[in-house]
Design a protein around this ligand. Structure first.
Ligand code: GDP
Ligand code: IMO
Ligand code: MG
Length: 424
């Protein structure tokens, strides 16, 4: 059976968690393939909101198996907190949650290094979530990291000590003021490692291979978004993993020939949290309205998200890099009440009109060119059928489908599971 992928096409927070939850009933296995607790995936059902950081978004479905893949980086402290919350809600995760032995562990000192690196950058800081993501992936590629499977070895604490000591000298090297009590952090860390060790560790690529062979249906869940990809995003203002489709192959051990559908999720407008260029960003009343109505605050850090119009140049690029086969448009309801909507269809790049996403999208090089659309006033949040959607929204959707040459198969009109409209 082919593996379907679901990934964000913008700068993250597109609504991946919601849609994975909506689609889980069609799949046997939900597998997270990259990122770590920098992610915050929100699910809303039965009047309750749940935010997941490391655990796949299929966890609330009894019949699904949820795998944390080898491409993910795990902070045991945050992982334990997620498990505690699930326990409070009587979710029986012990039978449905699996962790790859090849996933890397975020140490307390990785978080401190993240803070030191950001502090040393001053105004040029990335705006990291400070969860230790960059330093952990650096240790992975530098071949120094500690993996989940290492926790089963008798000498893992010695390895831990050697790496943490090295990190402490690196923190000194940054020469910035970072206050911390490592003994306190380590106490919390070791307790959480014991909890992590109570979850089933597996050789996940073998598990994935056998699952595909035996006809299991699998959905791979991405984190972040394509414009935060370490290779294809707005470098250096990106995260440290491949958030794009290829990341699912390396992050789960799935062969490229086994990828089926690629579901690309995007908001009907654009948001970004953290630093970095954002050509269609709004600094006016329209941006403030998107932020207020869309409740645009980070699910992991609570920081306000920057808001702007939809950028088709960036979206087309993301569709190309990922090979998107179906699009899902989120938060259409937030645009109700705008008299006019704008979509960026090209860039004025140093005087030339271009439609591709260039190497550098800094404001001095790029000026967005907009097409305007008539807005709608209807409240979409109680709608459940395609034929209820206002004609102006249909015109907006059809324009995007034509420009991107990919069908939009889901229109989301609210945070709840039920506020999801399927289009054929
Ligand atoms: P993720 O990281 O891609 O899973 O997205 P986040 O959970 O970080 O951010 C998406 C936010 O939008 C969450 O607060 C969701 O509850 C909310 N949301 C998702 N879909 C919709 C929608 O269609 N309309 C509205 N108004 N909110 C939505
Ligand atoms: P989900 O999965 C939005 C952003 C940070 C920062 C940059 C690098 O919820 O969509 P990092 O902590 O990775 O070093 O931060 O990436 N970022 C996200 N923005 N959603 C996310 O995840 C993000 N994960 C990281 O704000 O700009
Ligand atoms: Mg998020």
């Amino acid at each position: 059976m082919a593996v379907d992928l679901l990934l964000g096409l913008q700068w993250g927070d597109e609504g991946k968690g919601k849609i994975v939850d909506v689609l889980t009933s069609k799949y046997n296995i939900i597998a997270r393939f990259q990122g770590g607790p920098n992610a915050g995936h929100t699910l809303v059902f039965n009047g309750r909101k749940h935010v997941l950081h490391t655990i796949p978004s299929g966890i609330f479905h009894d019949d699904a198996t949820n795998l944390v893949g080898n491409g993910v980086v795990i902070d045991p402290v945050i992982f334990k907190k997620e498990l505690d919350k699930l326990e409070e809600q009587d979710v029986d995760y012990r039978k449905s949650l699996l962790v790859s032995r090849k996933a890397h562990i975020i140490l307390p000192t990785h978080r401190l290094l993240d803070a030191a690196s950001e502090a040393s950058k001053g105004k040029a800081k990335i705006g990291s979530t400070l969860k230790g993501i960059g330093p952990t992936y650096m240790d992975k590629t530098g071949r120094n990291g500690i993996r989940v499977g290492d926790l089963e070895l008798s000498d893992w604490k010695e390895r831990y000590r050697a790496l943490a000591d090295k990190h402490e000298s690196m923190i000194d090297f940054y020469d910035v003021d970072i206050e911390y009590d490592l003994a306190e952090l380590e106490k919390e860390f070791f307790e959480a490692v014991d909890v992590l060790k109570s979850i089933k560790f597996i050789d996940s690529e073998e598990y994935m291979y056998q699952a595909q062979k035996s006809g299991k249906t699998i959905l791979a869940e991405g984190a972040q978004g394509s414009l935060l990809d370490i290779d294809f995003g707005t470098y250096p203002y990106v995260t440290s993993s491949n958030t794009t489709a290829a990341g699912a192959c390396t992050g789960l051990g799935v062969s490229p020939s086994q990828i089926g559908d690629v579901f690309g999720i995007f908001k009907a407008y654009t948001t970004r949290v953290g630093s970095g260029p954002f050509p269609t960003e709004l600094f006016d009343e329209d941006g403030a309205t998107m932020s207020r109505v869309g409740n645009e605050f980070g699910a992991t850090t609570g920081r306000p998200r920057r808001c702007g119009w939809l950028d088709l140049v960036a979206l087309r690029y993301a569709c190309q890099v990922n090979g998107v086969t179906q699009l899902m448009m989120m938060k259409g309801d937030v645009l109700s009440g705008f008299k006019t909507l704008k979509v960026c269809t090209a860039y004025n790049y140093k005087g030339d009109i271009i439609k591709h996403f260039p190497y550098n999208i800094d404001p001095e090089n790029v000026e967005p060119i907009f097409t305007e659309f008539k807005g709608w006033n209807e409240d979409l949040t109680a709608m459940s059928e395609v034929n209820q959607l206002p004609k102006e929204l249909n015109a907006y959707i059809e324009f995007l489908e034509k420009e991107l040459e990919i069908p939009i198969t889901i229109v989301s009109v609210g945070p709840d599971r039920k506020q999801t409209i399927f289009r054929s």
